[in-house]
Design a protein around this ligand. Structure first.
Ligand SMILES: NC(=O)C[C@H](N)C(=O)O
Length: 330
């Protein structure tokens, strides 16, 4: 029996159109409706019973927390039904990793959820959208994808939403988990898994966004030579409950920044140390003594993903010890 897969569309380049068949740079994203994308790939119906819903139509730079909450709610409703076996979410690639990690922590089901996009708009030579969509549906319809949390399928690869990041502005192999690697490949409509996500996700996660209308405000500050962290003060004055530091190396920062953020942490702002380096762990009590400063170490989460986890953590608690536990678990 064919699996029932629902595609929730949100826009991005996979739904984009260029003025010419060779313009892969200056084109309009988020134009084509999901029914048109499905109609472009008749082979989808050979591997699953596929239906589409248009949940948003935006370039992913314009993705919002409101759409995230609507997506989580819709996916949870659909997957609670025995009539739905898996979900594919089409999305722009620029912020896909953030949406994927948010859903990885808020979807309450072991059924497959696969995010997909494209690096080239739909009407240019060698567009990657149709094959990516086919791969994503094949993955969502495969039992091996169950219990893996939210997956990201692009360029014939299967990626863990926690670890994957966009590593190139334009190439079709932009999505990678630096050093940690792919979970597997998809070839000729068949997924091949070689490893599974190790961290807690979806049905095992403690976050419940049902009924939420907004997420706590968390800002990211970048560290560089001459940085004085005054942007962190501005963020807190504007209502930020948490600050992510994109630190140097193992979450390092200048002595002045450390002192300023320690003062903010003592007054109740939750401060998380991530890194501007593209891979590796920010280890607790490494470049900075978190115990002394009241900080939290982000482990291997990049700044934008650390922000997603901190926003969700702040819906449950503002206790740094509890939040540090979450950064080691998720
Ligand atoms: N390749 C893409 O999808 C990029 C696009 N700007 C987006 O993120 O919506």
């Amino acid at each position: 029996m064919k699996k029932n897969i629902v595609i929730l569309a949100t826009g991005g380049t996979i739904a984009g159109k260029a003025a010419s068949s060779t313009d892969t740079a200056c084109y309009q994203s988020a134009l084509l409706p999901i029914d048109a994308l499905i109609a472009e790939v008749p082979a989808l119906q050979d591997i699953a019973s596929v239906t589409g819903e248009q949940l948003a139509q935006v370039d992913s730079a314009d993705m919002t927390h409101a759409v995230w909450l609507a997506l989580a709610a819709r996916i949870n409703t659909l997957l609670a039904s025995p009539a739905v076996d898996g979900i594919v979410v089409t999305h722009g690639t620029d912020t896909m990793e953030e949406t994927a990690y948010f859903l990885n922590l808020t979807v309450k089901s072991a059924k497959p959820v696969v995010m997909v996009g494209a690096l080239r708009p739909a009407n240019v030579i060698s567009t990657d959208g149709p094959m990516n969509l086919y791969d994503a549906v094949a993955l969502a319809a495969d039992d091996a994808a169950a219990g893996c949390g939210v997956l990201v399928a692009l360029n014939d690869t299967i990626n863990c939403s926690r670890d994957v990041t966009k590593t190139n502005t334009a190439l079709q192999d932009a999505f990678k988990a630096p050093e940690l690697g792919y979970l597997g490949y998809i070839q000729a409509g068949k997924p091949y898994f070689y490893r599974r996500p190790a961290r807690k996700h979806t049905f095992a996660a403690e976050f419940d966004v049902a009924g939420l209308v907004a997420l706590p405000k968390v800002e990211i500050i970048y560290t560089y030579v001459g940085n004085d962290s005054s942007l962190a003060d501005a963020a807190v004055a504007a209502g930020a409950k948490g600050i992510i530091v994109a630190g140097v190396g193992n979450g390092g920062m200048s002595a002045a920044t450390r002192q300023n953020l320690t003062d903010l942490a003592r007054r109740g702002t939750v401060v998380v140390r991530s890194t501007r380096v593209s891979s590796g762990i920010v280890t607790r009590n490494s470049a900075i003594c978190d115990d002394d400063c009241g900080f939290i170490a982000a482990d291997t989460l990049n700044p934008q993903k650390a922000r997603v986890l901190l926003m969700l953590a702040l819906t449950r608690t503002s206790d740094p010890a509890q939040i540090q536990r979450m950064f080691f678990e998720y």
